[in-house]
Write a protein that binds this ligand. Structure first.
Ligand code: MN
Ligand code: MN
Length: 313
């Protein structure tokens, strides 16, 4: 058998990384490329597990190395979020909705990046452009990814295209958008019963800002007060992640969906840079950033600019 081409999302995979991989591999198979398979770069979170069970989809293959493999990347395009040895793999395509990162690819490839709410929106669009109707399970998985990334179409990252794709997918999957969205948010689990480390690992990303390794975890909840109550435990867990991943700075965003803003905490040597970036004084209680809901749109660019003036050391 020929070596498969794996479609893979980022480390600490979320629903968009997993379901975009499943959806895109399915589309390529439907178009006649039988050798394309979905993959994952880590353990599934609860919400994603719920989605796969609900639509009877199997867990993608776990990949721990990129060396010698042919890969299609979805939902990421920077080295810090990819398999560690990504530079030793062959990247054939990228489907994305984040900032353009630092992965250099020596030959021309399909690199499709749009400022939409979820990679799954772009994958869904490809089904429709190719006149291929996604089966209910695939439509449901793609819809789940869109609703997960956009907090049920409420995040400031939500685009017109997300709003157009969601109802089309919902009709094919036989679900109702807001009802299914509520089911997904509930599947994330009651934060009171989850460990601090589980809360952080469910959505953690590393970045390279001008040579500084910075990690940003985001916990999105209907009401962030329980996070404030558990801040000591959460900051200890962040400190452990910082050490394990050799980060100069680790940041935790506790996003309060109903208040439409995020608490900000930081552990590391460069707290002053974070303070300058957000014009705030960090405290253990957490600083509340009014209107800040999106890591990719409202946090990453601000930190990137602030770290740019800090000499790497
Ligand atoms: Mn993602
Ligand atoms: Mn995404």
């Amino acid at each position: 058998m020929e070596e498969p081409i794996h479609v893979i999302g980022h480390k600490n995979p979320d629903t968009d990384s997993i379901c975009s991989a499943i959806g895109y591999a399915f589309l390529r198979n439907a178009l006649g490329d039988a050798e394309v398979r979905p993959a994952r770069a880590g353990e599934l979170n609860r919400e994603t597990r719920h989605v796969l069970e609900r639509f009877s989809l199997s867990e993608p293959d776990l990949l721990t190395t990129a060396t010698g493999r042919q890969l299609i990347l979805v939902d990421h395009n920077e080295v810090a979020q990819a398999l560690d040895d990504i530079r030793h793999g062959t990247v054939l395509e990228i489907w994305e909705h984040h900032r353009i990162g630092d992965l250099q690819i020596p030959s021309p490839i399909t690199f499709h990046c749009e400022p939409v709410g979820a990679t799954a929106t772009l994958i869904a669009e490809q089904f429709f452009l190719h006149d291929i109707e996604p089966p209910p399970a695939i439509a449901g998985a793609l819809l789940a990814a869109i609703l997960s990334d956009t907090l049920v179409l409420a995040s400031p990252t939500t685009s017109g295209k997300d709003r157009r794709m969601a109802p089309r997918l919902a009709a094919l999957a036989g679900v109702e958008v807001s009802e299914f969205g509520a089911e997904l948010m509930a599947a994330r689990g009651d934060i009171a019963t989850r460990s601090a480390r589980d809360l952080i690992d469910a959505d953690f990303k590393a970045f390279n800002f001008a040579g500084h390794r910075v990690g940003i975890a985001q916990v999105e909840v209907p009401d962030a007060r329980p996070l404030v109550t558990r801040r000591t435990e959460l900051l200890e867990a962040m400190q452990r992640v910082k050490n394990e991943q050799n980060l100069r700075q680790a940041i935790l965003l506790g996003t309060d969906i109903s208040r439409k803003g995020s608490y900000l905490w930081a552990v590391g040597e460069l707290r002053d840079v974070v303070e300058r970036a957000f014009h705030c004084q960090l405290t253990d209680e957490g600083v509340f950033l009014e209107g800040c809901m999106s890591r990719k749109k409202q946090v990453v660019p601000v930190l990137e600019a602030a770290f740019a003036s800090v000499p790497a050391g």
